[in-house]
Write a protein that binds this ligand. Structure first.
Ligand SMILES: C[S@@+](CC[C@H](N)C(=O)[O-])C[C@H]1O[C@@H](n2cnc3c(N)ncnc32)[C@H](O)[C@@H]1O
Length: 251
């Protein structure tokens, strides 16, 4: 039987790997690298560094695969993500069939943790459900960018007894958030925090958290929103891409 491990590698700091992740890295024969977009080289370099640093006395290989991209002009976001996942499913199936022999162990190194805004688990389950490919798989949790952000700002994610909502910039900008006292926003392609009407809301913002390029800003939204917008713009210009997350705390 083929075996796959979906390994959470943290959101940019190689020190965030768990002991379980390190043990699993040392059992993998083939790592599948699926990154894409302008950040591709940086994301791939971190994966290579992690393997170099933590795998001792074992031969392994990397297989890079073209990772399809979502149609950005598509107005139906969910439909475009589903279409993307079908395309990814075909790629994953080919990799498992062609690059992994029976008895071998394959690894997917997932940014942060596989449970949060990542489709790897959904795709593997869909492949198994389709019955065209046989393998067993396990999941090794990782530190999410949300945990890394909270640690850097030295704040808890929730207020006492309060709820936490984790959502996207797209939903925040569309006013599609509930009444949780704390809201974490990810995947913000615009500046959705500028849509929050109460200037007394506190924001804890971080970009490239855990990496040498880390930027952190915190304060009253009314005081720091424009500073964050300027910083994001400059960072995008400098790096060509940005990965940022923020916690909003309602007053
Ligand atoms: C596709 S999601 C993947 C999330 C990942 N599975 C996790 O557990 O953090 C990508 C989003 O995660 C957030 N993100 C990932 N790495 C980050 C980092 N180092 N600093 C800040 N935000 C990060 C950003 O909101 C980015 O748009």
């Amino acid at each position: 039987m083929k075996k796959l491990s979906v390994i959470g590698i943290g959101a940019g700091d190689p020190d965030h790997l768990t002991m379980q992740a390190v043990k699993t890295l040392n059992q993998v024969d083939v790592f599948f690298l699926m990154d894409k977009g302008p950040a591709k080289e940086t994301l791939l370099d971190l994966r290579r560094e992690i393997c170099q640093r933590y795998i001792i006395g074992r031969t392994y290989r990397f297989v890079e695969a073209y990772s399809p991209e979502r149609q950005r002009d598509d107005t139906d976001y969910t439909a475009s993500v589903e279409a993307l996942n079908r395309a990814k499913q075909t790629t994953f199936e080919r990799l498992i069939n062609e690059e992994l022999s029976d008895g071998q162990h394959g690894g997917f190194l997932v940014w942060g943790d596989p449970s949060l805004y990542d489709s790897t688990l959904r795709i593997l389950q869909a492949i198994l459900d389709a019955g065209r490919c046989a393998f067993e798989f396990d999941v090794i949790p990782g530190i999410t960018s949300v945990q890394a952000l909270a640690a850097k700002h030295k704040v808890p994610l929730n207020t006492i007894g309060g709820s936490l909502e984790i959502t996207t910039g797209r939903r925040l900008a569309a006013g599609q958030v509930g009444d949780a006292s704390s809201v974490v926003v990810m995947l913000d392609a615009g500046d959705a925090y500028q849509c929050v009407s109460d200037p007394d809301t506190r924001i804890y913002w971080g970009a490239y958290v855990g990496t040498p390029d880390e930027r952190l800003i915190a304060g009253r939204l009314g005081d720091v929103a424009d500073d964050i917008e300027r910083t994001r713009k400059a960072a995008r210009k400098e790096h060509g891409w940005i990965m940022d997350t923020y916690l909003l705390r309602r007053p």
